[in-house]
Unconditional design. Structure first.
Length: 131
């Protein structure tokens, strides 16, 4: 998916994770952005957000729209999101497994699930759009 996004110029130039780019390029870009905003008296907002554990906080509507914008097939998107929404979560302890569960069709859960192979590229595309 990332190669397809780069081929269609959908990854903004602010993302410095490409071959030949260095961290100094990102710092220079940031300093120049601050200088231009200060010289032109424009408002500038910089948000430092820790998004390292956001796989379980992704809204499925946002994920579906983002993936469709990056040309992922509808069947692939729904094939990933529908099972997550219908999962039933049981509690298992040394005393056994619970008879009741949370989740299921009546209590729809969101998120991408830790361990999902599609979660990192999906989160990368969502955060690219946010940036």
């Amino acid at each position: 998916m990332l190669n397809l996004a780069r081929a269609h110029n959908l990854v903004p130039e602010e993302i410095y994770s490409t071959k030949g780019k260095m961290s100094e390029d990102a710092i220079l870009h940031q300093v120049l952005m601050y200088d231009i905003a200060r010289q032109l008296w424009h408002s500038l907002l910089v948000a430092l957000v820790d998004t390292s554990k956001c796989y379980d906080r992704v809204a499925h509507a946002l994920a579906a729209l983002t993936l469709r914008a990056y040309k992922v097939r509808q069947s692939s998107v729904m094939g990933m999101l529908q099972p997550i929404q219908c999962m039933e979560y049981y509690l298992r302890t040394s005393f056994g497994e619970s008879t009741t569960y949370s989740g299921g069709k009546h209590d729809v859960k969101q998120g991408l699930c830790q361990g999902n192979g599609a979660a990192p590229p999906t989160w990368q595309q969502i955060s690219t759009i946010m940036i």
